[in-house]
Structures are given as structure tokens and as C-alpha cells.
Ligand binder design. Structure first.
Ligand code: PMP
Length: 423
């Protein structure tokens, strides 16, 4: 029974029971239409209303300014690793082309020649590699446009004996210098590393300022869990399946100045001539934005679930907005970390104290002793505390503390952590 179980899986992750109960009804019969939500057109008035409501709820929660757009895509989080590269490189190239064309005039061959040189010498994408997901994103960028264009401005493993678990100090990062003509085409980081339990405590200072690069952040695993100053970002994205909804959609918050008519991406023809890859149309932000996320068939049921979850938070926290959820998330995380720290002879939190994730709490039991960790997990399962096994790449224990994990569930976990120390 759902009420006997507390699930701490890293994603897919628990959803509010009230939302799932309602979901089971709308799957069969949406608003007494006699047909379910997975069966109706994504272009119906009902679908449009669902889309509008989900956008409104996210805007309310994160206080998203009017000069930002919200997009829904079927890309998953990983698809956005590619989409950010395709879209922002195309904008960077077009800017350079316009500048060169202004200098050399109509001589297309000369423009192309100079542009090739600029791309070869200047195209850089900055990645802060602080865990396995930002690593994957940087690898995807290298796969798409060539490793020579990817600047890993920091690799946290180098500062931590080969393992993730820290965020190196900003003065040790080697970001692409900001020049009057540009700098990096984007700067990328993962706000919360799901596998490694590392979360940025705050927005990086060195990515701030009027001449800052276009900052892209992966918030897949800490979306709508704390306040975000959206204006600091060019693109925020996340898969829905942890804090927002079920698997199937990714949500993108994008600065409108990066979309037509304010920005024009380089044409596919030009990109091909520069040996830069052209992305699939379903990852093309201008196309998705122009079509209100309905360029192709959007899974409206997934959007409905996300909208219900977010509207639930809007109603619960009122004028506190996401700040209300942040208080609870922080409280739950503190309860767990305090207990782990209290029994530091038995438990060891993996990441450094300054960058501990409030969402994915990674720790070892008895120094990582395989039998002891197995016993820990077996004992937890007996009490209905499920999904605690760490990611297969790092082992150990991981308690994911997403929004739908209740304070009561966390208290049960804390009681078990206490009990286990006596066994
Ligand atoms: N980024 C982060 C931070 C993630 O945790 C995940 C998935 N666990 C992804 C990206 C990849 O998302 P998806 O599986 O939807 O492609």
C-alpha cells in the first residue's frame, strides 16, 4: 500500500498521491467528455488550457519575468545537453557572421572564410564539471561540435582525489575570458548533481555581470525546490521526472532575447559549411517557442501531471511561492544530515559539507563495507523505506529528498538511521 511506503528513489520519484488519484480518473474520462486525457488532441482547447495552466504555475512559483518563455519538449534532460549546444552555438555564429558581414560587405566567400577562422579560433563552450551529469553534458558538447571547442573550466575530480564531491573555488576556474566581442558561446553547469549529491550553494559569482556569458543550467533534480533568480540564466532546463511530474517531458525556461525576432540563429546551410552540426527540429528552441510547444505531439497528460503538482505548490505556499517549498526541503535535508553527522563513526556523508545537496543525500555506512550497506538497505526495506540504494556508478546509500517526500517520511528515515546505529 502507498501509505505504508516511503520512497527515496532518485528519479523517477514519488508524486503526490492526490495528483495520482486524480490522474487515474482523467486517464479514463477527462471532464466528463467520455474520453481520457491520453486520447484527446494536443491541439484541443482542453490541451491548450492544460499547457497554459502549467506555464502559469511555474511562472508563479519561480517568479519568472515576462521576458522569459517556457517550453515543453520530449527531450528528457539528456536531450537538453544537445539542445543547449545546437541553439546557442547557432546564435553565436550568426552574431559573428553579422559582425563580419558589416566589415567586409557582400563578398560571401570572404565572409565565410573569416567566419571559419573565427569559429576555429574563438568558439568555446565553458563547462563546470562537478558531477556525472555535467560531465555527460560536456561530453555531448564535444561529440556535437568537437572537443577543441569545449572548455572544461573546472573538473571537480581533479581537486578531490579523482572523485566528485567538491566544487573547486571559483578563482581556480579557467573560464573563457570575456572579450569586448564576446567570450564563450555559453557557460554551463548542473545546479544539482543527482548521482554525486553535489549542489551549488548559490549562483556562481564569476558567471554574473552585464558581459556574462549565456548561462545554461541543468536543474533536473532540484527544479522547484528553492528560489531561483531566473534573470541570471539564459536557459534553465530539467527533466520533469524528479520534482515536477512523470517521465516524458523536459521543461525549458529561456530568455526571450535568444528567440526570434530578437535573435536569429545561423542558417542550417551556414552551419553545415562551417562543419558545425545542425540539430533536429524538435530541439530547435525558436521552432518550439513559435508553436507554443505544439510543433509536434506533446504528451499532454505529462504536462497535466506537472501542472497539477505545481499548482498544488502554488496553493499550498501562496505568497511564499517556491520559498515555502524551500523551507520544507531545507528542513528535511537538515534532519537527515544532522543525524548522519551525529553518528559520524557509522555514517560518512560523501560530498564536502559546503556543497551537500538538499535533494540527493549520498552517504556511506561503516566506511562503505558492502555487507553492512546491504544490511542497512535490507533493514530499511523492512520498514517501507525504499529506493535508498546509491547510483550504480558510486555505490553506497542515496536518500533523495524531492518535494513529494513527506516530512513524516523523512522522520521515519531519521528514526531508522538512529536505530541502525544500535544494531
Ligand atoms: N540531468 C540530471 C541532473 C539528471 O539527474 C538526469 C537524470 N537522472 C539527467 C540530466 C538526464 O535526464 P533524462 O534521463 O531525462 O535524459
Amino acid at each position: 500500500n502507498r501509505s505504508d511506503v516511503n520512497y527515496f528513489g532518485a528519479g523517477p520519484a514519488p508524486l503526490p498521491t492526490v495528483v495520482l488519484e486524480k490522474a487515474s480518473q482523467v486517464l479514463l474520462n477527462y471532464r466528463e467528455k467520455g474520453i481520457g486525457l491520453c486520447e484527446i488532441s494536443h491541439r484541443s482547447p482542453e490541451a491548450n488550457e492544460i499547457l497554459a495552466e502549467a506555464k502559469q504555475a511555474l511562472s508563479t512559483l519561480l517568479e519568472i519575468p515576462d521576458d522569459y518563455d517556457i517550453l515543453f519538449l520530449q527531450s528528457g534532460g539528456s536531450g537538453e545537453f544537445s539542445a543547449t549546444v545546437y541553439n546557442l552555438v547557432a546564435i553565436w555564429v550568426e552574431k559573428k557572421r553579422v559582425k563580419i558581414a558589416a566589415e567586409v560587405g557582400d563578398d560571401q566567400e570572404e565572409v565565410l572564410k573569416r567566419l571559419r577562422k573565427v569559429v576555429d579560433e574563438e568558439l568555446k563552450l565553458d563547462y563546470l564539471v562537478t558531477g556525472s551529469w555535467s560531465l555527460k553534458a560536456s561530453q555531448e558538447a564535444a561529440r556535437l561540435i568537437g572537443a577543441q571547442h569545449v572548455n572544461v573550466a573546472t573538473d571537480a575530480r581533479k581537486a578531490n582525489g579523482g572523485k566528485f564531491g567538491v566544487i573547486p573555488p571559483e578563482d581556480q576556474w579557467s573560464l573563457t575570458p570575456r572579450t569586448s566581442g564576446g567570450g564563450a558561446a555559453l557557460a554551463y553547469f548542473c545546479d544539482n548533481e543527482t548521482v554525486d549529491g553535489v549542489e551549488f550553494p548559490a549562483f556562481p559569482k564569476s558567471l554574473e555581470g552585464d558581459d556574462a556569458p549565456l548561462v545554461c543550467a541543468d536543474m533536473s533534480s532540484n527544479f522547484i525546490s528553492r528560489k531561483v533568480d531566473v534573470r541570471k540564466y539564459a536557459v534553465i532546463f530539467g527533466g520533469a521526472q524528479k520534482n515536477i511530474g512523470n517521465t516524458g517531458i523536459a521543461i525549458v525556461i529561456i530568455r526571450k532575447s535568444l528567440l526570434p525576432p530578437h535573435s536569429t540563429p545561423a542558417s542550417p546551410d551556414l552551419l553545415r559549411q562551417l562543419n558545425l552540426s545542425v540539430g533536429p527540429i524538435v530541439l530547435d528552441y525558436p521552432t518550439i517557442a513559435k508553436n507554443n510547444s505544439l510543433y509536434n505531439t506533446l504528451p499532454i497528460f505529462d504536462v497535466w501531471v506537472a501542472g497539477q503538482v505545481m499548482n498544488g505548490l502554488v496553493n499550498t505556499y501562496g505568497t511564499k511561492r517556491i520559498g515555502g517549498q524551500q523551507e520544507i526541503s531545507d528542513e528535511k535535508a537538515s534532519l537527515i544530515y544532522d543525524t548522519l553527522d551525529k553518528y559520524s563513526d557509522i555514517y560518512r556523508v560523501v560530498p564536502d559539507k559546503t556543497v551537500r545537496s538538499r535533494m540527493n543525500i549520498c552517504f556511506r555506512v561503516h566506511g562503505g563495507d558492502a555487507d553492512k550497506e546491504k544490511a542497512f538497505l535490507a533493514g530499511a526495506e523492512k520498514q517501507g523505506l525504499l529506493g535508498l540504494k546509491g547510483h550504480r556508478s558510486v555505490g553506497g546509500i542515496r536518500a533523495s529528498n524531492y518535494n513529494a517526500v513527506s516530512l513524516e517520511g523523512v522522520r521515519k528515515l531519521v528514526a531508522y538511521l538512529e536505530d541502525f546505529t544500535k544494531s
